[in-house]
Design a protein around this ligand. Structure first.
Ligand code: HEC
Length: 142
C-alpha cells in the first residue's frame, strides 16, 4: 500500500519534455547535406538524446521512466546536440565529429539502458560503418 502510494505520488511530478517545432536534426541535415540513410540511422538511434526533439514512447509517461529519460536527454544534449552543430566553429565541429566516430566505433552509443526498450535502435555493423565513414568525411572536409 505504501509503495503503491509512493508510486502514484511519483506520477504527479512530470519533467518538462524536450520538444521543438522543427523535426529533430533538421538544421544539421540541411547544413551538412546529410544523406537519407545516415539521417535515418541517427533518427532511429541518436536524436532522442542528442537533439531538441525527443520521440517519447508511452512508458515515458510513467515514473520513474520519465525522470530517467529526462536525465539521459539532459546529459546527452550537454555533450552533443545535432541541432546545435551548425552554429559551431570548425574546430569544435571537428572535435564533435571525432567524438561521434569514437563512440560509434567503441559501441558505446546508443546507451545500453536505452537499447533494452529500443531494440530497433541498435546499430548494425553496416550502420556503424556508414556513420564512421560519414563523420570521418565531415571531419576531413577542411
Ligand atoms: C538514451 C539516450 C542516448 C542515446 C539514444 C544516444 N546517446 Fe550519446 N550520450 C548520451 C548521454 C547520457 C551521454 C553523456 C554521458 C556519457 O558520455 O555516457 C552521451 C554522450 C555522447 C557523446 C559524447 C561522448 C564524449 O566523448 O564525451 C557522443 C559523441 C554521443 N553520445 C554520440 C551518440 C551517437 C552517435 C548516438 C547514436 C548512435 C547516441 N549518442 C545515442 C545519451 C544517449
Amino acid at each position: 500500500m505504501v509503495l503503491l502510494t509512493v508510486f502514484l505520488l511519483m506520477q504527479l511530478a512530470r519533467p518538462q519534455k524536450n520538444t521543438s517545432s522543427a523535426p529533430a536534426g533538421k538544421a544539421f541535415v540541411d547544413t551538412f547535406k546529410v544523406g537519407k540513410r545516415v539521417n535515418a540511422i541517427l533518427a532511429a538511434s541518436c536524436y532522442d538524446c542528442h537533439s531538441n526533439s525527443t520521440n517519447y514512447p508511452w512508458y515515458s509517461e510513467i515514473q520513474p521512466m520519465a525522470w530517467l529519460m529526462e536525465k539521459h536527454v539532459k546529459d546527452g544534449k550537454e555533450k552533443l546536440n545535432f541541432d546545435e552543430l551548425p552554429s559551431y566553429g570548425r574546430r569544435k565541429l571537428n572535435s564533435k565529429f571525432t567524438q561521434i566516430t569514437n563512440q560509434v566505433e567503441q559501441g558505446k552509443m546508443p546507451l545500453n539502458s536505452y537499447l533494452w526498450m529500443h531494440a530497433g535502435s541498435r546499430l548494425s555493423m553496416e550502420d556503424k560503418e556508414l556513420l564512421v565513414n560519414y563523420f570521418n568525411s565531415l571531419a576531413d572536409n577542411e
